[in-house]
Design a binder for this molecule. Sequence first.
Ligand code: KG4
Ligand code: ZN
Length: 314
Amino acid sequence: MDGKIMSNFIANQTVHEQYGGVVPELASRAHMQNIVPVVDRALFAANIAKNELLSIDAIAFTQAPGLIGSLLVGAQFAKSLALSLNKPLIGVHHMQAHVLANLIGDDPPSFPFLCLTVSGGHTQIVLAHTPLQLEVIGETIDDAAGEAFDKTAKLLGLPYPGGPLIDRYAKEGNPKAFSFAEPQVPELGFSFSGLKTSVLYFLQKQEPGFIEQHLNDLCASVQFTIVNILIKKLKKAVQQTGIKNICIAGGVSANSGLRKALQEAGVKYVWKTYIPAFQYCTDNAAMIAITAYYKYLDQQFVELDAGPSARAAW
Ligand code: KG4
Ligand code: ZN
């Protein structure tokens, strides 16, 4: 155990696409089907044979937040494994793990750093004092950035999750083609629900066929607006804290517009910027493992009766 990732497998669930969003019941059923084969593959890739399982130091699982059915499947499996191997059990907070994904690799940020954590359920600016001391200094008052991507994508007739598709079409479009209202939220707060409404009203005024004709420009303009909102608040957070080590995390940090804008802001404002490798942006096991590594060093374990929680503060 030295903080190195030995394997990282992801089982994607395509069953939700036809419903336009994640169906919790189907998510937990698919999770139950996938979890044992995925662990099996991960052990194989890490070159750990079944009779070497006792060489593992600890078992970690996502304790909160998330869809409760899926969390229960993961928790129960991890607890059974910890019991049978007689190893300590570590409960990990999903959002903390997104932030600490930045510590994977050879050039991690030094502390303190700021992390813009943008996913399907959260939009936060986190001040990381140490790996285990994270402070949320700003967050959304309504929708998350990922929701803004997914909900506007839906208005444009794109399937769920629309974020990556907006990213793809935006590459061919003009970001200044259309302008959508940016919300005025004080301090380090974010708001994205107005953007969806603004796109809806705009589309309602157009002729039939408008979306098909202007899809690339619409995607580029929506992405430009979301990225602008995010970078402006990041700039404000730097001004308030004086911290210029800047990271991004969460599914939306896979967005090429945001990655480019952060790099440009880094050059312009002399920030030292960090962007996790693509596979560590969207939900993954490696981010849970790296967080568990730091919790293990600090001996932060949970009991075998630990339960997951759908919603949880840090
Ligand atoms: O972190 P994540 O995988 O899961 C949650 O914890 O929510 O984030 C998922 C979110 C979805 O809203 C998805 O549309 C968005 O991240 N996302 C993207 C991109 N890739 C994933 N949004 C914009 N551009 C992308 N390339
Ligand atoms: Zn996530």
